[in-house]
Write a protein that binds this ligand. Structure first.
Ligand SMILES: [Zn+2]
Length: 433
């Protein structure tokens, strides 16, 4: 009892102290070296010119956002948008621009030292099928169209930053690659960024993804997921005539039951982990023993190890379901199961003490906002899981309705998002003096 009371008094004390000092020492979590670097940059003539250029170019930034959005880019059909994005990079002055084997558009801007490479990217794909009308409607300062934020805003931010560096002939110490990635959404399963970081790829030392609009958020934590389509197969037959034949629907039900029981216990403690059977299906008719039944499973965790563990629970439950339903049969062959992984996004996080994240936090404070370090599932999942400093930032403005037909973006000082991203990029790439 005494212990409890003293603990709460202790917390009360700490709380009052932090309350008193909260606003005054907000940036104590940023190292003084980083603070100095960011203020030197923001006081420099060239960065102020760059900020002014971004402001003057704002109308064109929005025009480019509309232009790119109106080129449809459903999953696995990003080619046209990728071509146009590459072409715009050439128009802006980049010479070394190509589309890689996976479909990513990559423009390379060499640094004067060039022993590190920093990527700034946005994703080309949308969640919408080809027939969706992606024409942009403009009402005052608000744009309406599917994809206009996610991720047409990101693409235009990347291009405006390139345009600024080219126009003002800003030379960085390190290489910068300007990238439009394919396959960020859903079934794309991060295929573009996975290709960039594949073992055959060239070394990338830091990675920024511009996704959405929010210019206070810094995604430094990756929410990982494993997704499966599991299909149970058997010989099937007449419900009366072939009674006793192993039944895939029964195996599916048993597998789900085992999985739910064990997974629920597993997720009750420890770092947050979730699971869901999102879809089930199969069978022929009420009077037929099915020859095939399937389910789709989604599992997520903040922790990569836990993700692998809940995955093991799923695999064991599937096998139990198959074995038990096969054992119940009185005739015919055993059941088989086909386990297809349809999604694999790794987890992880980059320490807020990391210099790259520190630079992003300091830059966010510079624009008068408190940085918000968050976890999400984005292109940055891949580098984060590899321990490569990476983050996802918004491109500025405000927005709503992502992934819906009512998606909108409002130009609420959108240029500040572009300026913040440029500042973070240049702080990381170094300015040649
Ligand atoms: Zn997105």
């Amino acid at each position: 009892m005494f212990y409890k009371i003293s603990v709460s008094i202790f917390y009360l004390f700490i709380f009052s102290i932090s309350f008193l000092f909260n606003s005054a020492v907000f940036s104590q979590d940023i190292s003084s070296d980083i603070e100095r670097q960011i203020s030197e940059l923001t006081e420099s003539e060239i960065i102020n010119k760059a900020f002014q250029f971004i402001l003057d170019y704002d109308d064109q930034t929005v025009a480019n956002q509309i232009h790119l959005n109106e080129i449809p880019a459903p999953p696995f059909m990003e080619e046209r948008r990728a071509e146009r994005f590459a072409e715009m990079m050439r128009e802006f002055g980049l010479e070394n621009v190509k589309i890689d084997e996976e479909g990513n558009a990559i423009g390379r801007r060499p640094g004067s030292i060039g022993n590190r490479t920093i990527v700034i990217s946005a994703h080309l794909d949308t969640v919408f099928p080809m027939e969706t009308d992606v024409t942009v409607t403009v009402v005052n300062d608000t744009l309406y169209a599917p994809g206009i934020v996610d991720d047409a805003r990101g693409l235009t931010t990347v291009l405006t930053i390139l345009k600024t560096l080219e126009e003002l002939e800003i030379q960085t110490d390190q290489n910068i690659w300007f990238v439009g990635t394919v396959g960020e959404e859903g079934i794309g399963d991060l295929r573009g960024v996975k290709h960039l970081f594949s073992e055959h790829g060239e070394q990338i030392d830091a990675f920024i993804s511009i996704d959405g609009s929010n210019d206070t958020r810094i995604v430094n934590q990756a929410l990982g997921s494993h997704r499966y389509r599991v299909t149970f197969n058997g010989p099937g037959g007449h419900s009366w005539g072939a009674f006793g034949t192993a039944n895939p629907a029964h195996a599916l039900a048993r597998a789900i039951s085992h999985f739910e029981n064990e997974a629920s216990e597993f997720v009750a403690e420890g770092p947050r982990t979730s699971f869901n059977i999102g879809r089930i299906g199969g069978g022929t008719s009420v009077n037929s023993i099915p020859f095939s039944n399937w389910m789709e499973v989604d599992m997520r965790s903040v922790d990569q190890e836990r993700l692998l563990q809940i995955d093991d629970i799923l695999q064991a439950s599937i096998q139990k379901g198959v074995d038990e339903a096969s054992e119940m049969r009185t005739r015919g062959p055993e059941l088989t199961v086909d386990v297809e992984m349809i999604g694999n996004r790794p987890s992880g996080e980059i320490d807020p003490e990391n210099q790259f994240i520190q630079r992003a936090m300091a830059a966010t404070y510079y624009f008068g906002n408190e940085p918000n370090l968050v976890r999400s599932s984005t292109d940055s999942n891949v580098p984060i899981s590899l321990g490569i400093p990476a983050m996802t930032l918004g491109g500025g403005g405000s927005s709503g309705g992502a992934h819906s037909l009512d998606e909108w973006w409002y130009n609420d000082e959108g240029h500040k998002g572009v300026q913040r991203a440029l500042l973070i990029l240049i702080a990381e790439a170094g300015l040649q003096r």
